[in-house]
Design a protein around this ligand. Structure first.
Ligand code: PMP
Length: 413
């Protein structure tokens, strides 16, 4: 196989030229957050240098200009997700806040005692806990789709869980802990047949493959900018217009009202109804730049690059004695979650760190999934568009070194 990278964009990311622990930074913790290209960093600085004003309120030129930039960001997200209308996009702090928005607004008004929410055994805590809180308030109950040994959803069990009381299905597009790409269109079709809505957690998906919410058919889709080469503190909720338009406000304040009196307030149209207060304007500008960057590189090219690295890394990991991959689904994104005999994931992370290799070790905010596999956690290497074969080589060399230190792995090493 050729070692020539399909993509060679590392130079776009200033941080990748720094050293850590006296070594070249090998950044393989992209599932936690991605690094930022200069285009994103420059866009935020330029906004503050040239365009900063509050939005949606000033009559002055600069406020109008900032408002235009902010609304361009909304249009950019609409295009990324192929939503039908820009009013279907609500800016939030990220995935977590977007899920809480749906749980508090739609959930609180739509769910009654005995209603059912179906979620899956591979959800991130942010797609579990808001629903538990909602169940405590509404009397609804959770049902959980089991995960198979290969880290896929058991679709027969899913079908069996759907019933007349199912109101909502919550599912990760791509699992942050396993890399499994879930069959969302099929999951949505079955949920809609049962009369339930579907929320898709796209936190691990939008940076790694093209997403089309109309083709998926989902009612809600959420993601975070910081996992998409954008800034922290900004993300988005997509909600189908008819659904969003029927939802009550969840946070009150400026910018989300039509009229206010002490007797009664009336609320703004969507999406402003869900954007109370001064939003993260610079974050939207940075997110806009990040999406432009990703679309310019091309999501198909990014997916092909990451898939080729994933295939190589998977083969090399599986050839190492004492290493077990957790998550071997047929459809996987660039996430390698594994355990190594005789070495705790945290020790592995520390030894790799001394080699300049940044991975994540632990439960990845998916404790029920770790329980399902009977392990406290895994080591996780997660890929992004700037990773290279050299990065995979560094990971493998670090693993062999750790095994040598612990006296495990191949005896003749
Ligand atoms: N869902 C998944 C699948 C994730 O990977 C993450 C982040 N690790 C989240 C939700 C939460 O995202 P955030 O912390 O940006 O709100």
């Amino acid at each position: 196989a050729s070692r020539a990278p399909l993509l060679d964009r590392g130079a776009d990311f200033p941080i990748l030229s720094r050293q850590v622990q006296g070594r070249r930074l090998v950044y393989l913790d992209n599932g936690a957050t991605t690094q930022k290209p200069a285009a994103v960093i420059d866009a935020e600085r330029q906004f503050y240098e040239q365009s900063n004003a509050n939005i949606h309120r000033g009559v002055h030129w600069l406020s109008q200009h900032a408002t235009d930039l902010y609304e361009q960001g909304r249009e950019q997200v609409r295009q990324l997700l192929n939503a039908a209308r820009h009013e279907e996009i609500v800016f939030t702090r990220g995935t977590t806040e977007a899920i809480n928005l749906v749980a508090c607004s739609w959930g609180q008004s739509a769910l009654k005692q005995g209603d059912e929410i179906v979620l899956t055994g591979m959800e991130h805590h942010s797609n579990i806990v808001p629903w538990q809180l909602l169940c405590e308030r509404s009397g609804a109950v959770l049902r959980v789709v089991p995960v198979t040994d290969s880290g896929e959803l058991d679709l027969d069990e899913y079908r069996a869980l759907l019933g007349p009381r199912t109101r909502l299905v919550c599912v990760a597009h791509i699992s942050n802990a396993l890399g499994t790409i879930n069959p969302i269109a099929e999951i949505v079709r079955l949920a809609h047949e049962a009369g339930a809505k579907v929320l898709v957690d796209g936190a691990q998906a939008v940076a790694h493959q093209a997403v089309d919410v109309q083709a998926l058919g989902c009612d809600f889709y959420v993601f975070s900018g910081h996992k998409l080469y954008g800034p922290t503190g900004i993300g988005a909720l997509y909600a189908r217009y008819d659904v969003l338009n029927g939802m009550p406000p969840w946070q009150g304040g400026g910018d989300m009202i039509h009229t206010v009196s002490f007797e009664r307030s009336t609320y703004a149209d969507v999406p402003q109804r869900f954007e109370a207060g001064t939003p993260n304007i610079a974050g939207v500008i940075g997110l806009d730049a990040a999406i432009r960057y990703v679309r310019e590189v091309g999501l198909e090219a990014i997916a092909a690059h990451e898939q080729s690295l994933l295939a190589m890394a998977t083969a090399e990991l599986q050839a190492l004695p004492g290493v077990r991959l957790i998550g071997t689904a047929a459809h996987k994104a660039g996430i390698l979650s594994f355990v190594v005999d005789g070495i705790h994931p945290h020790d592995l992370g520390t030894i790799l760190d001394m080699e300049g290799v940044a991975i994540r070790a632990g439960h990845h905010c998916a404790m029920p999934l770790m329980t399902r596999f009977g392990i406290p956690g895994t080591a996780r290497a997660s890929l992004a568009l700037y990773n290279t074969q050299e990065d995979v080589d560094a990971l493998m060399a670090g693993l062999r070194k750790a095994q040598k230190l612990f006296g495990t792995g191949r005896k003749d090493d």
